[in-house]
Each structure stands twice: as structure tokens, then as C-alpha cells.
Design a protein around this ligand. Sequence first.
Ligand SMILES: Cc1cc2nc3c(=O)[nH]c(=O)nc-3n(C[C@H](O)[C@H](O)[C@H](O)COP(=O)(O)O)c2cc1C
Length: 337
Amino acid sequence: MMSAYPKTSALMARGAEFLGTEHAVLCGAMSWVSERNLVSAISNAGGFGVIACGAMTPDLLDTEIAATKALTAKPFGVNLITMHPALFDLIAVCARHGVSHVVLAGGIPPKGSVEAIKAFGAKVIVFAPTIALAKKLFRSGADALVIEGSEAGGHIGPVSTSVLAQEFLPALAAEHLVFVAGGIGRGEAIAGYLEMGAAGVQLGTRFACASESIAHPAFKQAFFRGNARDATASVQVDPRLPVIPVRALKNKGTEAFTAKQIEVAKRLDAGELDMAAAQLEIEHFWAGALRRAVIEGDVERGSVMAGQSVGMVTREEPVAEIFAQLLAESEAALTRR
Ligand SMILES: Cc1cc2nc3c(=O)[nH]c(=O)nc-3n(C[C@H](O)[C@H](O)[C@H](O)COP(=O)(O)O)c2cc1C
């Protein structure tokens, strides 16, 4: 069938083939938000939905994958956090369901994890902060890479998407599949990254408040009100305790995170925790705070993780309409060239 967006589709062809989708657009996994409803809506609209496993147990992930399959016959992925203590059990759950794509997020994949995923025939998508690490991951079997700039919502690195794209795409995109994430709110930006060689793009913030998203109405309202400058990165309080910055809408929860870091640093000093346990505790804090905002609607004390593109999210729209807008904008931009 002829695409309604021929120039965009032509540039997305490699990425779409890899994902098994109509459009090479992933909705990045968002803990608590990317569950069966949003994931199936994204995949049914021709994109690639990704279940956020987050801190789920293997049993919960098992239920979520089965429930998602009941809502879509299209491909979707599962995002696993590398520091999850039951990572290999979660991989086994994905294997039992024949999940087609696994995204490994949150750190360098531990030894054997890429192999364990490939062993049941799934594709592995990874993140990498440097070109050297990206090359190493491709050599050890990764099938695709997501580069994610600091404009993104949630856990972020220090470098902007525009700079990452200029460094990584010329170096890697001819030989490898590279998806660009962070700060994408409109199709003109998608067109630009595709022209630079990206296989496709990943968006989170733009989809978080779609009609199909189960996020609490108060969470959605906070997004609709929020501007780019409200979506700030958390600050590291103690130089001995490296915490990955998190971008979220500024609120009272931001202060609670400072207090949490001081508490964990003290326990680290007292020898009550080692560094790995300290970092895990910080991550549990985020998972709890995000749940409070997304599920309970406490947008004052919870964590309203959002990227800088939040200013471009102004109302609740069905996923299919968001796709139609993004693709039309991309197509118009490419047609004007
Ligand atoms: C509320 C929220 C929760 C997120 N949770 C996760 C997560 O659990 N795992 C992950 O790999 N990325 C997570 N992300 C990042 C997204 O998958 C995606 O890469 C990011 O949102 C893309 O940038 P954008 O927000 O500028 O579109 C989260 C983002 C948001 C906004």
C-alpha cells in the first residue's frame, strides 16, 4: 500500500522493517505510563509501543505482556532496567512470550544479558552514552541503538540530542540502526534526524498524556500547564553518591529528592549501604515518586517526569491523531526541501 507520507516512510524504511511496524517511531517506555493500554494503542496506530517493566516482578511482567498481546496483534517491545535484581528472570518471561524486541536501559548490559535475549530470537535495543561503547555493544550483538539527549524526560545524560545526533549519526548510521530520542515534539524535528541518517525516532513526553494513557488526570493537567523551562534536571547533592539526573516538572518532590540523597549518603558513610545498594535505593525512590504522580495524581509531592517538549503537549489527544500530526509535519518539511 502506498504510504500517506511517502518521503517520511522512505527515510524510515530501515527502521520500520527492523521494528516490524508501519512507522519507525517508538514510544519510549515510561514507568507506570507504558502499560497495556498505551503500548497497544501505539502499536495499533502503526508505531512501536514498549512496555516499561521498571521495578515489576517477573509475575507482573508476565501478566502485562499477556494483557498487551490481548489488545494488539502488532509488534511491541519490553524495556528492562539493567540493574533490576531479577533481570535474567525477566528475560526468561520475555522468552516464554516470544517477545520480539527487548530494550535494555539504565546502564551497561550485564554479562550474558544480550546473549540470553538473542538466544530466544529477539532483537536487542540498547542505549550508549559514547560512540566507543556503542560500537562495543554492536560487536557483542546489539541490533539497534537509541541515543537519548538531555532534553528527554526521566533519567538523562549530560549531552543534548542535537549534539549526540551530530556525533553519533555520521559515525554509526550507515552501518547500524540508530534511533534518536529526547526533546522531539514535532515532525519537522523527526524529518531533520531522519535526513541525518537516523533509522527512526523515539518519543516519550509527547505520548504520555494521550487519551489512551492511564496517567491520572492531574498528571495530564500538569503536563498541559507545563513549559519547557519547568522540566528541570535533578541536582546531585553529594559528590560521593553519583545519582543519574532525572528530568521532571519542578515541585515539592524535587526537594524531597535532595533530602533522600542526604539520607542515603549518610547511610553510605556509616557503612550501612554499599554503593550498589545506595544507587538501588535512589532508583526505588524515583519509582515510588513516579507512581505517586502517575497513578495517584499527587503532582505536588510525586515525580512528574517530563521532557522539555512538555510545552508542546497542550491537550489530550488519541495516539492516532498524534501520529497523524507528527507524520504530516515531517512530510510537509521534507516536501518543502
Ligand atoms: C514519565 C516518564 C517515565 C520514563 N520512564 C522510563 C523508563 O522506565 N525506562 C526508560 O528506559 N526510559 C524511561 N523514560 C524515557 C522515555 O522512554 C523516552 O526515551 C523519553 O521520554 C524520550 O524523550 P522525550 O521525553 O523528550 O520525548 C521515561 C520518560 C518519561 C517522560
